[in-house]
Design a protein around this ligand. Structure first.
Ligand code: C2E
Ligand code: MG
Ligand code: MG
Length: 568
């Protein structure tokens, strides 16, 4: 095969007229999204293809006075560096041109471009710069809605800073619009784009020009302050952006209302990478939103570790559930009648152990089970365990009943009625031996479907207990609507009553009222004899507390309270 080197090609080009070269480029233009150009550096003539003419506001494909024409199109603050680079090409100080900078399109909107070219000697000895202009937005590196660079670019730049000068990073701030989805849905995508543009302007206007801004996905922006001289602290920057946003919203007469939240990470970047910074700032931003939106949150390593721990616990519990509920166990705490203090039932209380964290408190793992929906299979497991245990213990103590806690998630998201029905039938216990405990907070969120569920449970003779009474709103109306057979007074309420007379008389009145509505009262959390003596004056019907027994495994319960010992 014939070998031709680069110099030979340049020689061929030299033998071509400018018209011929342009003809080749115009044909090539058909096969690329970039815009091909020739710049005659000796005559200051810029030759572009017709495609470029349709995208950018040039007057003709041959531009005689290139410098002033380009100055109009190049974003003002980028112009000096472009001018200097072209000067070097013209002066023979460099043979290639490669820059990323901003142009303005026909509507004055910012377009990030990557411009590259090579200098060759053309016919007549003129120095020609031949190359192409690529829109970075098309490569998702820059964003034509806001005129900012995008996440890909953020990662690239951040890796560079982390590698070369991590100590210069003061903070990174992730900003998100609190109600962007709603704007898009209610006002349309165009209004959404306008809001993004407005916000980008507010951000840029609030910053030292050396602070970099990027648009991340959807409605989020990232500010990177690694400038040597900027001295604004992130809170001041956030407040300034926020006040500009408020002004803009007001100026536009509230046609599109929105607020912004921010998550900030400061210092200690040495062993982080861009991906991790994205994760940590996202967490801080979500914290700001969780705290009520329209505010800034600083990344807190301790809170984040807690979050990671909850994620780990969730993963471990899911594994255990799939492994026949390994690690889960149901404990039982006695409930006694008054005034005889006779055992009449027990509350089933879930326990979970794992190798990594040991025994985890239900106050920690129950909310995780609820958030993840895992409470549905686990709740069923508790129900079946409790029902089977109840059946066994009823042989010894015929009136025995078992209390099972229900989560509002089970009520809303699973077919509870069918599950309970199936369980009591298959295990073979009478429905009245099962009491389902509901917390007030779960009940507040109820709807007609839940009322229907209560009615159906009632028809099936399954009793309800209102749990944690005294910790929430303690509304007597709920009590009436639910027709709870039992109200369980929470320990925190009992503790207050033990400490002062005022609370004692409130609790006494509440118990009277509960009785007058036809429900029984179970007092929880009685630990000592003094407590028992005092609280008995309020006339509860049942007592559950450490004084009569702590929650224990079924085997221990049998040993302690039912006098059964497994004879081997
Ligand atoms: P709860 O239903 O109000 O259960 C009573 C809690 O009070 C139990 O805590 C029990 O150990 C504790 N307690 C009882 N007597 C005393 C006492 O004399 N002193 C003190 N300091 N505490 C006492 P536990 O077992 O840690 O459970 C906490 C909560 O977790 C339960 O409160 C319940 O809301 C939830 N939970 C437990 N098991 C389940 C379950 O299977 N399903 C659901 N959805 N929630 C459960
Ligand atoms: Mg309970
Ligand atoms: Mg309770």
């Amino acid at each position: 095969m014939e070998q031709i080197n680069y110099a030979d090609y340049v020689e061929i080009l030299q033998s071509m007229s400018l018209e011929e070269i342009r003809a080749v480029l115009e044909v090539l233009q058909k096969s690329t999204d970039s815009y091909i150009y020739i710049m005659d550096l000796d005559t200051d003539t810029y030759m572009i293809t017709s495609k470029m003419l349709t995208r950018f506001p040039f007057d003709d494909v041959v531009i005689k006075n290139a410098t002033p024409a380009l100055q109009k199109i190049i974003y003002p603050s980028d112009y000096p560096k472009v001018k200097e680079d072209i000067r070097k090409c013209a002066a023979g100080e460099q043979e290639t041109h490669s820059l990323e900078y901003r142009w303005l399109d026909g509507k004055g909107r910012i377009v990030w471009i990557d411009c590259r070219g090579t200098v060759i000697k053309g016919s007549g000895g003129h120095r020609l710069l031949i190359g192409r202009v690529t829109e970075l937005g098309k490569e998702a590196k820059a964003d034509n809605v806001t005129g900012l660079r995008r996440e890909v670019r953020f990662k690239f730049d951040t890796e560079e800073i982390l590698r070369d000068r991590p100590e210069t990073i003061k903070y990174m701030m992730r900003i998100g619009i609190d109600n962007f989805k709603e704007i898009n849905e209610k006002e349309g995508v165009e209004a959404g784009d306008n809001v993004l543009r407005e916000l980008a302007d507010c951000i840029v206007a609030s910053l030292d020009p050396r602070v970099d801004v990027y648009r991340l996905m959807a409605d989020e922006f990232m500010l990177v302050d690694a400038a040597p001289t900027s001295d604004k602290d992130p809170q001041a920057v956030y407040e300034e952006i926020k006040s500009r946003v408020t002004d803009t919203v007001r100026r536009k007469e509230y046609s599109c209302f929105y607020t912004i939240s921010a998550g900030v990470i400061q210092g200690g970047f040495i062993d982080r990478d861009a991906e991790e910074i994205l994760r940590l700032t996202e967490f801080a931003l979500n914290e700001a939103k969780r705290n009520g939106r329209n505010q800034m949150a600083l990344f807190d390593a301790e809170v984040y570790d807690g979050y990671l721990k909850r994620l780990a616990i969730r993963r471990l519990m899911r594994q255990d559930i799939n492994n026949h509920f390994k690690g889960f166990q149901v404990f039982y705490q006695p409930i006694v009648s008054t005034p005889e203090y006779k055992l009449i039932g027990a509350e089933a209380l879930l326990r979970w152990n794992c190798e990594q964290y040991g025994s985890v408190s239900p106050a920690v793992f129950i909310p995780i089970l609820e958030e993840s929906g895992l409470i549905i299979p686990v709740g069923k497991y508790v129900l079946w365990q409790a029902a089977q245990t109840c059946k066994k213990w009823r042989d010894i103590l015929p009136g025995f009943h078992v209390h099972v806690n229900l989560s509002y998630v089970q009520m809303h998201k699973s077919d509870l009625l069918a599950d309970v029905d199936k369980c009591i039938k298959e295990v073979g216990i009478p429905p009245e031996s099962l009491v389902l405990e509901l917390t007030e907070s779960g009940y507040i969120e109820t709807d007609t479907r839940i009322m229907e569920l209560f009615k159906n449970l009632k028809e099936k003779n399954i009793d309800l207990a209102l749990d944690d009474f005294g910790t929430g709103y303690s509304n007597m109306r709920y009590l009436k609507e639910i027709e709870a057979k039992t109200v369980k007074i929470d320990r925190s309420f009992v503790v207050q009553a033990l400490q002062n007379d005022h609370d004692f008389s409130i609790i006494k009145h509440i118990i009277d009222m509960v009785h007058s509505l036809g429900s029984a009262v179970c007092m929880e959390g009685i630990e000592g004899e003094d407590e028992l003596d005092k609280m008995m004056k309020t006339k509860p019907d049942m007592i559950q507390g450490y004084y009569f027994g702590k929650p224990s495994s079924a085997e221990q319960f049998e040993e302690k309270f039912l006098n059964i010992t497994d004879s081997l």
